[in-house]
Write a protein that binds this ligand. Structure first.
Ligand code: PLP
Length: 424
């Protein structure tokens, strides 16, 4: 199946007389005839369900669809993108370990790594994604366990050189995790470029309708844990908390990572989405390919319009010819990038605030990447406590506006933006 077909068909194939849509198994518990039957599940000798804190069939249909879309061998749904980021790293790196991460990542991920996971004893080195080979080499330490980057960084719109970072990670015997939220598997499949694990905030384009918060972790099944057994004792030595199972031996390259994340992390931390939310997410996935195409075509036209406007200071959009990341985006995302654009209004913070007041169609929201066009001026909302100098220091320009282009008629979006620019 090709990608567009997988959006509709992958993950669930009804048998004769069964429901066409994935069933919503809204149940915490599953019944067994004998204790022996259930015992086999606990020993991971048989596959099946026993308690929805660890696994649920509805969720697994959706996980299988996303695994197929990304070209992975196994996947796990999580209750949020944040939970996916946390689990994906914590499944490999524990207290005393070290992680190399791109400095251009989602703010929530940066905070998770730099504050919360540091408190857990995990050390992070953040590297400029465009750093020199020497700088990248110097970031690795003997206790480095994983490398982390974002295909198109939210909100900086920096395109990550996946192939380069995959090579560097593999040369050091560790896997590369990619947050592919903004590109989606419609526009980029990081596993094809060497990534080992792919995560998403499904809250964004995958759901696409402002309906559910969620996340997913996909394993490529390619990383050879046993070849680096000294680095990954959690996968390559017996798990005493789980009946002495050695995940990499029992489940191989294809299944070890996700089985450990389910049996250990989901069991202990319980960040599982509700089956109902996964059902709603699946509806979004069915139209993902069609929507992404429209998001990209609309955003390209809006970016072109803004580029030539006399009241606009600059436009950042990797799908716009001349953008710093245009060429790299063409390599990794030949069919389009995403719907998110950032631009500056001439006249700084005050003029940007005026622009926001003039919009009629675009809604003001902290959210991005869904069907509705929405817009945010960080300097007057999320970052309003900061002075202009402080804003610049943390990489947010006072005049910067983030526009998430929806799938409405593009002429309506352009007229809305044009009207608001007119008024300032
Ligand atoms: C929103 C977002 C997250 C966090 O996801 P939630 O679902 O909000 O927890 C992670 N990464 C990226 C790129 C995001 O845009």
């Amino acid at each position: 199946m090709r990608t567009e077909t997988k959006c509709i068909e992958a993950g669930y194939t009804p048998k004769n007389g069964e429901s066409r849509m994935i069933p919503i198994i809204q149940s915490t518990t599953f019944k067994y005839d004998t204790s022996e039957d259930m015992g086999k599940l606990f020993d991971l000798e048989a596959s099946g369900y026993f308690y929805t804190r660890l696994q649920n069939p509805t969720n697994d249909f959706v996980a299988a669809k996303i695994a197929a879309l990304e070209g992975g061998t196994a996947a796990m749904m999580t209750s949020s993108g944040q939970a996916a980021s946390f689990f994906s790293v914590f499944n490999l790196a524990n207290a005393g370990d070290h992680v190399v991460a791109s400095a251009s990542i989602y703010g929530g991920t940066f905070n998770l790594f730099n504050v919360t996971m540091k408190k857990m004893g995990i050390d992070f080195t953040f590297v400029d994604p465009d750093c020199s080979d020497e700088e990248l080499e110097a970031a690795f330490k003997p206790n480095t366990k994983v490398v982390f980057g974002e295909t198109i960084a939210n909100p900086a719109l920096v395109v990550f050189d996946i192939e380069r970072f995959a090579k560097a990670a593999h040369a050091h015997g560790v896997p590369l995790i990619i947050d592919n939220t903004f590109a989606t598997p419609i526009n980029c499949r990081p596993i094809e470029w060497g990534a080992d694990i792919v995560i998403h905030s499904t809250t964004k384009y995958m759901d696409g309708h402002d309906a559910t918060v969620g996340g997913v972790i996909v394993d490529s099944g390619k990383f050879d844990w046993m070849a680096h057994a000294d680095k990954f004792p959690g996968l390559c030595t017996p798990d005493e908390s789980y009946h002495g199972i050695t995940y990499a031996e029992r489940f191989g390259k294809e299944g070890a990572y996700i089985t450990k994340a389910t049996a250990q992390l989901m069991r202990d931390l319980g960040s599982i989405p509700s089956p109902m939310n996964c059902y709603l997410l699946n509806l979004g996935l069915e139209s993902l390919a069609v929507r992404m195409e429209r998001h990209c075509r609309n955003a390209e036209k809006v970016a072109e319009f803004l580029k030539d406007h006399p009241k606009v200071a600059y436009v950042t959009y990797p799908g716009l010819p001349g953008d710093k990341y245009y060429e790299r985006a063409k390599k990794y995302m030949p069919n389009g990038t995403c719907g998110v654009i950032s631009f500056g209004v001439k006249g700084g913070r005050a003029k940007a605030e005026e622009f926001m007041k003039g919009l009629k169609l675009a809604i003001i929201a902290t959210h991005v990447a869904d069907a509705h066009t929405c817009v945010l001026h960080p300097a007057s909302s999320t970052h309003r406590q900061l002075s202009d100098e402080e804003l610049v220091a943390c990489g947010v320009m006072p005049d910067m506006i983030r526009l998430s282009v929806g799938i409405e008629n593009v002429q309506d979006i352009i007229e809305d933006v044009a009207g608001a620019l007119e008024k300032i």
